[in-house]
Design a protein around this ligand. Structure first.
Ligand code: ATP
Ligand code: MG
Length: 661
């Protein structure tokens, strides 16, 4: 059994278990939604009787205009999973109207602009009016139920207005992260067959202007089906407007009334399409549906983040990723709490920006990716300042979080007063699947801990495909039964959906990640299946070796990949970016090798350590190990799709380093 929540740290088989800090209970507005025994009981119920469990939760968390009769139908084998079928509801009504009616002046969006002085707060009633006017505009443009609308917007409140206006009239949003190039935008607009694009004249990030509208214009040269572009004036600088196609947001919205009735949608009607970040290859247009997705978002917002009335949720991630969709937009708004929209970067005007935002708005929750935490840890602890005592929950998402970084987050940012949530999930899962429950689950640094309600994970032997039962096992992570917020298809390619997720291990959803389940049933995500290195029959996780490397004071970031070797099967190779004060010397490379030997064992020691300026990353900040693997195996001409890289020029630099070493 896992120890019960109490303010002590217990040593258990090497990994320390952290109880929920007493300080969290002391500052809590009431008490957390769940105690650990309640989680255990509810979890059991959710697996044994999912129909009862999800039916009750769906009725509790959402407003249904027409109630559902059937909770769940279909399965993985047939690819026809569906939830709450007869139910009718509207996502925007659930996220905005009901709160605007109950508490019109409650804060909905906390806008923190790139320049710290430019922000503002938008109430639920203001949000409703703005959403309605945009919804009207879209209707007048001829957008109907089932049409797709692309959103290519900076992180400003109008991005959220756009999400909600689209779903209010029953259209489907497809949000493209505004850091993507015109080619990437073009591909996504074409694939989704979007009829309208909502954008801004320019963006502002880190003190620089970004030519948002120009990128849209270039993308749309090859998108004849786009009839209109709605342009929000963010900076006011001159941008070209195409006659007959482009309109100004403020001109159009000023024509229409501030109330527009929401469209009644079937539970299984599509809510949005979102393209995956492309870490593993060509991005997939993942489709989510209305009822199931919203139930997943609201349920995890309530239980995982332990959101309570009056809380202020700070998701740092962009709305262009699933994290932004679910935890910047839908979950907080469905629960009627305020959500942060942060336009800038963690480094502007300086490395204290995140902490200043938290202190200024008294955020209770903060949620970001390990890549941002590594950047801030690298910059130095003296940047962490201000009163952060409002915080109860600190979340991490997107990549495994190394123990070293977890502890830094806990000690330096959370001052040991917050619950650290390492949340594991995917674009395809829609909401958290393996995660601690806020204020409830004892945690271990580096482990995403235990499954959320309704999620039945299993570890499968990658070779035989057989399930590995019991604890202390490691292999491929799959999920054994459907849950409401899972993706229903890959847009335009249901066969790809079946092949990618359900035809790999029959009867299961294949996550593409590998994981270990420890002696207490805690899950440790090891990274992508391809990222496991097999050395002399030892299955080593790249995440584990990277976590060992980052313990060295000189290391800012690292990426480990396996390369085929005749003798040992594969060898371990490490790419390391050093902190500014450290130099690339043969001694340093030796020290780093020693670091891994000491911390994991000689068998895990890297055969080569490459010191590089930076690692190849997706625009969502994830390290793309597949590129490093290709470079090492001499397949530089077959790097595949690198259009989703945030720093393409680093590829050539790394190739040079590899050749010189
Ligand atoms: P693509 O599917 O196109 O390769 P992607 O998988 O990076 O892109 P996302 O859906 O944004 O796109 O990311 C989900 C993946 O991120 C997971 O499959 C996992 O590899 C990783 N991940 C997310 N959260 C965690 C976490 N807490 N710990 C470890 N890994 C995580
Ligand atoms: Mg993926």
């Amino acid at each position: 059994m896992v120890p019960e929540a109490q303010p002590v740290v217990v040593e258990a088989q090497g990994a320390k278990t952290f109880a929920v800090p007493q300080a969290l209970f002391d500052k809590h507005p009431g008490k957390p939604h769940l105690a650990f025994e309640e989680y255990r009981a509810k979890y059991k119920e959710s697996i044994e009787n999912p129909t009862q469990f999800w039916g009750d939760l769906a009725r509790e968390l959402l407003h249904w205009d027409i109630p559902f009769q059937t909770v769940k139908n279909g399965g993985f084998e047939t690819g026809d999973v569906s939830w709450f079928m007869e139910g009718r509801l509207n996502a925007c009504y659930n996220a905005v109207d009901r709160h605007a009616f109950a508490e019109p002046n409650g804060p909905a969006v906390i806008y923190e602009a790139d320049e710290p002085s430019d922000g503002r707060i938008i109430t639920y009633s203001e949000l409703l009016r703005e959403v309605c006017k945009l919804a009207y505009t879209l209707k007048e443009m001829g957008i109907k139920k089932g049409d797709t609308v692309a959103i290519y917007m900076p992180m400003i409140p109008e991005a959220i207005v756009a999400f909600l206006a689209v779903v209010r009239i029953g259209a489907i949003h497809t949000v493209v992260f505004a850091g993507f190039s015109s080619e990437s935008l073009r591909d996504r607009v074409q694939d989704a067959k979007s009829k309208v694009v909502i954008t801004a004249d320019e963006g502002k990030r880190g003190g620089k202007n970004i030519a948002t509208k120009k990128i849209v214009d270039a993308a749309l040269e090859e998108c004849p089906d786009v009839k209109n572009v709605i342009v929000y004036r963010r900076t006011g600088n001159e941008v070209p407007m195409k006659e007959g196609r482009d309109v100004w947001w403020h001109d159009e919205l000023s024509k229409y009334p501030a109330y527009c009735p929401p469209e009644l949608m079937a539970s299984e009607d599509p809510l949005f399409l979102l393209y995956t970040s492309g870490s593993t290859g060509k991005p997939k247009g993942v489709m989510h549906t209305t009822g199931g997705y919203l139930v997943g978002a609201a349920a995890t917002g309530k239980y995982v983040f332990d959101l309570h009335p009056g809380d202020k949720m700070g998701t740092a991630g962009d709305v262009g990723w699933i994290t932004g969709h679910t935890y910047c937009v839908y979950a907080p708004l469905l629960l009627g709490v305020a959500t942060l929209v942060f336009e800038g970067t963690p480094a502007y005007p300086n490395f204290s920006r995140y902490w200043e935002i938290i202190a200024k708005h008294k955020l209770t929750h903060f949620y970001c990716a390990p890549t941002a935490l590594r950047l801030l840890k690298r910059a130095g602890d003296h940047h962490i300042k201000g009163d952060l005592s409002s915080l109860r929950i600190l979340g991490s998402v997107g990549e495994p979080i190394a123990e070293e970084v977890w502890r830094w987050y806990h000690e330096k940012v959370g001052r040991e007063e917050c619950h650290i949530l390492d949340t594991y999930w995917q674009t395809e899962t829609g909401s958290h699947v393996i995660t601690p429950i806020g204020g409830c689950t004892p945690t271990k640094p580096g482990s995403a801990s235990l499954p959320f309600f309704g999620i039945e994970p299993a570890i499968v032997d990658p070779v035989t495909g057989r399930e590995l039962v019991g604890n202390d096992v490691e292999g491929v992570l799959v999920i054994k039964q459907p849950w409401p917020s899972m993706a229903r298809t890959v847009w335009g390619s249901h066969q790809r959906y079946m092949d990618t997720y359900f035809n790999v291990y029959k009867g299961c959803y294949f996550t593409g990640d590998s994981a270990a389940r420890d002696y207490e049933g805690y899950y440790w995500i090891r990274g992508r299946v391809d990222d496991v290195v097999n050395v002399s029959a030892h299955r080593l996780s790249t995440a584990e070796i990277e976590a060992a490397l980052i313990q060295h004071p000189a290391v800012a970031e690292s990426a480990v990949v396996g390369v085929a070797d005749e003798l040992t099967g594969q060898t371990v190779n490490a790419f390391v970016a050093l902190k500014d004060a450290y130099k690339n010397t043969p001694e340093m490379r030796k020290e780093l090798t020693m670091q891994v030997r000491k911390s994991i064992g000689p068998f895990a020691a890297p055969k080569a350590v490459y010191i590089v300026d930076d690692l190849p990353k997706t625009r969502s900040g994830k390290i793309m190990r597949r590129i490093l693997r290709k470079i090492l195996s001499g397949e530089e001409d077959q790097l595949g799709d690198i259009s989703t890289l945030s720093n393409p020029s680093v590829v050539e630099h790394i190739i040079n380093v590899v050749h010189e070493t």
